[in-house]
Design a protein around this ligand. Structure first.
Ligand SMILES: [Fe+2]
Length: 136
């Protein structure tokens, strides 16, 4: 069973961003699988890097869309993204320097942050997009 099971309630009904979210779930599941399989730190480091890169791309695309569409809650939304970006960058730096091990605590943070963010903050712009009848 995957660490995060994709659930229909995660879907915003916006194909592009739903695909991004599915990919983020699958990357976090990959980190979890490698962690539980006790993969070497280079392997875990590389998959964490993939997750950080993809999350950055995804956040950028959401923020760009919000900016282009005058979404009023862009600042609050991007502040939430920043918390995740900062936490991951600090974690990756410490991990690379051997100061920190990957832990179940970090994996739970990733899981909870993403699922909460999709269900609460992202769903607000999902409603906004649909109300505007706006495409992507
Ligand atoms: Fe978001």
């Amino acid at each position: 069973m995957p660490f995060i099971d994709w659930e229909s309630r995660f879907e915003l009904g916006i194909e592009n961003f739903d695909d991004h979210h599915r990919r983020l779930v699958s990357l976090i599941n990959k980190v979890y699988d490698d962690y539980t399989a006790e993969a070497p730190s280079e392997v875990l480091g590389a998959v964490l890097e993939d997750l950080i890169d993809y999350a950055s791309y995804h956040f950028y695309m959401e923020e760009l869309w919000m900016d282009n569409n005058n979404y009023s809650r862009l600042d609050q939304h991007s502040a939430e993204h920043d918390k995740f970006r900062t936490a991951m960058i600090e974690f990756k730096r410490d991990y690379n320097q051997g100061k920190l091990n990957l832990s179940l605590e970090l994996l739970m943070f990733l899981k909870n942050w993403l699922t909460d963010h999709i269900l609460k903050t992202d769903s607000e712009y999902g409603v906004f997009i649909k109300s505007k009848g706006a495409g992507l």
